[in-house]
Design a protein. Structure first.
Length: 411
């Protein structure tokens, strides 16, 4: 459950932000804030329908604009509406400029996992992540990270790969290692441009992203497991026979939904658009909203693939990629991803070492619970009717095919 309690409102003005334009959806709310009554309905509905591990991912905009008292109320409601045995996960994605010891103490007390947006060293970060009056934010972000560290808060970093940083993977890797930031997620920057079916001018290209992935992977693999890079860790689990975790590379979408400050529910963080609005949880039960045919339609669109994708030897690894990236240069969701060639080159480059690393993992686990890593990138995934490689004893199509988990702090 990805929640935006302050909508698209933010104290920064990052020039590449994809969510800031969503303010136009709520023109009567220049300062959007989720009300107490909406929050209570959200928590009550979700806790009531969720399983043993409900996960709330608080994002924005900037969720810290809600203030600490709002999140104290969140925890109180989770405790009130939780069922015996439920263990709640809270993720908090932030630019970290507003974090201090009070926030960090709260996060530590209630085991929040914090995702910090940090684009690397000061020059790379401040190139895009600025205040509304144009000031850089790197120093404030690093101060926020230090507050988290003082209180032992678990955190990871979301790093946007920009035109400035895409050619400097070694510099980024050494920066994070030097600063003892051990958990990083890299997001390739691409957004639709002002001209139809073209990327925004600040977007990176597929070929330069391929170079970035390959060079970053070489460093990661050489020092593994000293640093955890989310994309590589997740592909490694696939080579070791487990389901894909990231929604970007799962077979279908629909592993989470987005709740705006009004209680409006949308299919995806990248698809907060009128056509993909599922309903409003103030007006109808969340369970009813999430079983709507529109949500099923959206989830299934990811399985609509081009002939190129269907014939690709890497389909079992990427499943066509994110819907958003397919629509950068095409009006058809069946089009290959904008980053298709980057992924193909990366998969070829990394296959041998992924296999070696996965062998090390497999040797430490029960053989009956894992599949052979040799399947990935050569013979592909098991057939739909074959026994599932996880060892459950059921057919692959009824078990791990397209299945995974969500609840990451960074997205």
């Amino acid at each position: 459950m990805l929640v935006k309690p302050a909508g698209a409102d933010c104290n920064l003005a990052c020039d590449y932000c994809f969510y800031r334009p969503k303010k136009v959806l709520y023109p009567d709310a220049p300062c959007p804030r989720m009300t107490t009554s909406t929050l209570e309905k959200l928590v009550a509905h979700y806790m009531g329908m969720a399983g043993p591990n409900p996960i709330f991912a608080w994002q924005g905009g900037e969720p810290a604009l809600m203030g600490l008292d709002f999140f104290r109320q969140v925890v109180e409601l989770q405790q009130r509406f939780g069922r015996p045995g439920q263990v709640v996960g809270n993720g908090f994605q932030t630019n970290a400029t507003l974090l201090d010891d009070g926030w960090a103490r709260f996060f530590a007390d209630y085991s929040f996992l914090v995702g910090v947006s940090l684009d690397g060293p000061q020059g790379l970060h401040d190139a895009h992540r600025r205040t509304p009056d144009g000031q850089g934010t790197w120093a404030a972000v690093m101060a926020g990270i230090e507050a988290l560290r003082r209180h032992g808060v678990e955190f990871n970093v979301l790093c946007m790969v920009t035109q400035e940083s895409v050619r400097q993977p070694e510099k980024l890797f050494r920066f994070f290692r030097h600063n003892e930031i051990h958990y990083v997620q890299f997001i390739p920057l691409v957004e639709p441009g002002p001209e139809p079916l073209s990327p925004a001018p600040f977007s990176i290209g597929a070929q330069e992203y391929a170079e970035f992935l390959c060079h970053m992977f070489d460093q990661w693999a050489a020092e593994w497991p000293a640093m955890h890079i989310r994309e590589f860790d997740e592909f490694l689990t696939v080579y070791a026979g487990r389901p894909q975790i990231s929604c970007t590379f799962q077979e279908t979408c629909g592993s989470y939904c987005v709740v705006e400050h009004t209680g409006d529910v949308y299919t995806c963080d990248f698809m907060v658009e009128p056509q993909w609005k599922l309903g409003n949880l103030v007006e109808q039960p969340l369970g009813e909203i999430l079983t709507s045919p529109l949500f099923e339609e959206f989830a299934g669109r990811k399985t609509v693939l081009s002939d190129k994708c269907k014939a690709c030897e890497w389909l079992a690894l990427c499943h066509g990629g994110c819907q958003k990236h397919r629509l950068i240069r095409s009006r058809s969701v069946a089009a290959p991803s904008y980053f298709c060639e980057a992924y193909r080159r990366f998969f070829r480059h990394s296959r041998r070492r992924f296999r070696k690393l996965s062998d090390r993992i497999v040797q430490q686990q029960s053989p009956s619970r894992v599949s052979s890593p040799k399947q990935v990138g050569s013979q592909g995934a098991p057939s739909r009717n074959a026994p599932c490689p996880c060892g459950s004893g059921t057919k692959y199509k009824h078990c791990c095919l397209g299945r995974g988990s969500s609840g990451q702090a960074a997205q």
